[in-house]
Design a protein around this ligand. Structure first.
Ligand SMILES: *Cc1c(COP(=O)(O)O)cnc(C)c1O
Length: 356
């Protein structure tokens, strides 16, 4: 039987044997009392790795981002975010609903950045005029998921941080896959995090832990976010079970992300050979490959192509507006990539009518 190749997301990664073993051996306590030693250990490790004074384990990236923005903005404040960002697109409007915070979405450039002139325009309001919501926080995402996993440059992050500082607002980084970004830039993750006041990163994406995200930052911000975590229902009791997996994620699973990046390049070069597919021009920088069905060259639609792929066991995701995403991860081998390319070529070749 042909293998199922799961390329929809790196969130499909399963916990490793070492994670499960670590979970069964973990020393546990009640983390709402601050007495789970394994959670403390993960928080210290995370703060150290990211070069920040403090960290808080969160049940999800969504809650980490939400707690951070609640920390940085009062009700009626404004959060400047990317129009293509996870915070704006995929987090159910939590910042507006639960924080009374106004989003100001800024268009995202092809390199994943929010152009700083647009960010500046969103920040420039007359603070003496009561008509305006006052900007409180800027949030950027690296690598940018919906732009195909492109990492923001350190220069860009420095510029964004300076802009936020000049306007007296906080700078939050949604670094769900910050270790992929760090690998792509060839720098420690702490060099990326250094520019932001708070950073969230996911343990449950390419790092393959089953649950959890970390929020890191200064002591005061993390203490405030910790209170918001409780308020949002995210206080967890023997969370060391999760934290034990997170510790293994950070010690075992960071360096191997290089394999995922190599597999993404391999996948992209295979897909580039398939007539009827159009790849994002840039080679993948991290673990994501973005492409589209070229309807000028095939009678396939995105829907028929995805359905054909799915029937043959290759699972890829539609990102909306006819963009397709494939994500590599620890559950995908080089052989799986080659198999997926073959299957996708067969699906494309079986188009009902060639439009050439
Ligand atoms: C996955 C993701 C999140 C949210 O994390 P969850 O744990 O799924 O809530 C936030 N930002 C980005 C960029 C992500 O990819």
């Amino acid at each position: 039987m042909s293998p199922v190749v799961e390329l929809r997301s790196d969130t499909f990664t399963l916990p490793t044997a070492r994670m499960l073993e670590a979970a069964t051996r973990a020393r546990l306590g009640d983390d709402v009392y601050g007495e789970d030693p394994t959670v403390r250990e993960l928080e210290e490790l995370s703060a150290d790795l990211l070069g920040k004074p403090a960290a808080c384990l969160m049940p999800s990236g969504t809650m980490a981002n939400l707690a951070a923005l609640l920390t940085h903005s009062p009700r009626g404040g404004k959060a400047v975010v990317g129009a293509e960002s996870d915070i704006y697109v995929y987090e159910a409007g939590g910042v507006a609903v639960l924080g009374g915070i106004v989003y100001e979405p800024v268009p995202t450039a092809a390199d994943g950045s929010l152009p700083l002139d647009a960010v500046a325009a969103a920040c420039e309001v007359d603070a003496d005029d009561p008509q305006f919501a006052l900007p409180a926080v800027l949030s950027v995402e690296t690598p940018n998921n919906r732009r195909g996993g492109v990492p923001l440059s350190l220069d860009y992050l420095a510029g964004a941080a300076a802009l936020a500082r000049d306007h007296g607002i906080a700078f939050h980084l949604d670094g769900a896959r910050i270790f992929n970004a760090a690998l792509a830039l060839g720098v420690p993750a702490a060099d990326i995090a250094a520019h932001a006041d708070t950073v969230q990163f996911c343990l449950s994406k390419g790092l393959s832990a089953p649950v959890g995200s970390m929020l890191v930052g200064d002591e005061a911000s993390i203490a405030a976010a910790h209170r918001y975590r409780k308020m949002l229902g995210g206080g967890m009791r023997q969370a060391g079970l999760i934290a034990a997996c997170g510790i293994v994620a950070l010690t075992d699973m960071v360096d191997r992300l290089a394999d995922d990046h190599a597999h993404a390049v391999r996948l992209a070069s295979g897909l580039a050979e398939i007539d009827g597919l159009r790849l994002d021009p840039e080679p993948p920088r991290t673990n994501m490959v973005l492409f589209a069905v070229d309807t000028e060259r095939t009678t396939h639609t995105t829907a028929s192509f995805l359905a054909g792929a799915g029937e043959r066991g290759v699972r890829i995701a539609e990102l909306g507006r006819d963009r397709i995403r494939a994500a590599t991860h620890s559950g995908v081998t080089a052989d799986d990539v080659d198999h997926a390319v073959q299957v996708l070529a067969d699906v494309m070749a079986a188009a009902p009518r060639a439009a050439r």
